[in-house]
Design a protein around this ligand. Structure first.
Ligand code: FPP
Length: 258
């Protein structure tokens, strides 16, 4: 299928190059309907498909989805099994949609802790989509920001011990280079669904200057129109990056203007 041309909406302001989403509220969505919690996760896959496709078509460069946290391993084993199976099926079934939209798949997190079948499906989909030149879809899997920072600290110490890293030269760029995916720029916009006002151990280093948007809509109901509202809110934000908006030193607030 021929890829559709990029259609970036004119929102009268900056457009985010990297969007990260805390997909929350699957369980509540299901329980409100008298359904099993896991049915909320299944319904959430439709939103993953729609939002991924929509972001790719609008020319978003990177989309990071918080799909499974390190803390989620503490959930009942049946729910964990269900989520891992859903992930494997998703990685298999969505290959065509990813290819049709030029999407490249990536992952951040302790992927080695995923079941072998999920790891294989992940690797195969990454390999299949590796040459795609459109959006990067990063799944945060077995991800925790504190684990990421701890993993980076351990790797830095090992490098220093091996004489490959001079401790005196460690700066912010060094730390970034040891994080899971140093190449992808920080998220411009972080969306959280289902109303909770917390960060839940997500991209703590990378979100220093991200804009936050929280909606009460639960993830399985979060669709194109809800994304459009988030983008409109982002377009109205004045990003200062700790600087002065109008001064000479102001951060480059236009770097991601359409
Ligand atoms: C949070 O909802 C959501 C998750 C822990 C999993 C997210 C998974 C999906 C959206 C579907 C699978 C995704 C992929 C990429 C295959 P919750 O269960 O914490 O909801 P609650 O707060 O209402 O209980």
């Amino acid at each position: 299928m021929a890829r559709q041309p990029i259609q970036r909406p004119d929102l009268g302001g900056p457009f985010p190059e990297h969007i990260a989403i805390i997909m929350d509220g699957n369980g509540r969505w299901a329980q409100e309907r008298g359904m099993l919690r896991v049915q909320g996760h299944t319904a959430g896959v439709q939103s993953v498909r729609e939002i991924t496709t929509q972001c790719a078509r609008m020319g978003v460069k990177s989309l990071t989805l918080y799909a499974f946290s390190v803390e989620n391993w503490k959930r009942p084993s049946q729910e964990v099994k269900y989520l891992m199976r859903l992930l494997r099926i998703f990685l298999h079934r969505e290959r065509k949609t990813l290819m049709d939209n030029g999407v490249r798949l990536g992952c951040i997190g302790r992927r080695d802790s995923l079941p072998a079948a999920a790891q294989n499906a992940l690797r195969k989909t990454e390999e299949l989509t590796a040459a795609n030149d459109g959006m990067l879809l990063r799944l945060a899997l077995s991800y925790g920001s504190r684990s990421e920072i701890a993993d980076a600290a351990r790797a830095m110490c090992a490098a220093a011990k091996a004489g490959e890293l001079d401790v005196a030269t460690i700066d912010e760029d060094t730390i970034r280079s040891y994080l899971y995916d140093p190449e992808t720029p920080d998220p411009d916009l972080i969306i959280r669904t289902a109303g909770e006002m917390r960060i839940s151990n997500f991209l703590l280093w990378q979100m220093s200057y991200s804009e936050l948007y929280v909606t009460d809509v639960c993830w399985p109901d979060f669709r194109k129109d809800d994304l459009a509202l988030a983008l409109r809110a982002y377009a109205r934000r004045k990003r200062k990056f700790g600087s002065l908006l109008d001064g000479k030193d102001a951060g480059d607030n236009s770097r991601n203007t359409a």
